[in-house]
Design a protein around this ligand. Sequence first.
Ligand SMILES: C[S@@+](CC[C@H](N)C(=O)[O-])C[C@H]1O[C@@H](n2cnc3c(N)ncnc32)[C@H](O)[C@@H]1O
Length: 144
Amino acid sequence: MAARLGHEATGIDTAETAIAIAQGKARDRGLTARFLVGDALRLSDLDEQFDNVLDCGLFHVLDDGDRVRYVDSLRAVLPPGGHLYLLCFSDRQPGDWGPRRVTQDEIRASFRDGWQVDSIEASTIATNNLPSGALAWRVSISRS
Ligand SMILES: C[S@@+](CC[C@H](N)C(=O)[O-])C[C@H]1O[C@@H](n2cnc3c(N)ncnc32)[C@H](O)[C@@H]1O
C-alpha cells in the first residue's frame, strides 16, 4: 500500500514465507518495495530511521513482555514526530480463537511514556476466519 502511494517502503516479517508472498504481490503489482526477513522486536539492528511505521496484525500476537520490547524497538527507528499506525484485534471481537483481544487501556498503557496516542477508532481487520473481518482498533500514535 505504501509503495503504491509512492513512498519508499520496507516490509518486515520473521516468516520467510510471508516475505516471499509479499515480494510476489509487489512484483505482480509492478511496485518497488524492500522486504526483509527480520524481527520487529529488534528494529535497531536496521540502523535506520523511518517517518512512519505501519503495524497490521503484529501487536496483538505479542505477549506482555514482548509488548515492552516492541515499543522500545519502535523508539529506535521512529524519531520524535514520527508516526505509528497500528491495526489490532479489539476486545469487542467475541470468541477466544486467534490472537489476543486488545483493550484501548492496554494500548494507552503500552504507549504511555514518550508517545502520544492521537486516536483509537473502531475498525475491522481482514482474517481468514470471518468473511466480514474481525473487530479491530485502528490506532494512530505519534512519538513525542
Ligand atoms: C496476524 S499475522 C499478520 C500478517 C500481515 N501483516 C497481515 O496483515 O496479513 C502476524 C504476523 O506477524 C509476524 N511476526 C510475529 N512476530 C514477529 C516479530 N517479532 N517480528 C516480525 N514479524 C513477526 C508473523 O510471522 C505473522 O506473519
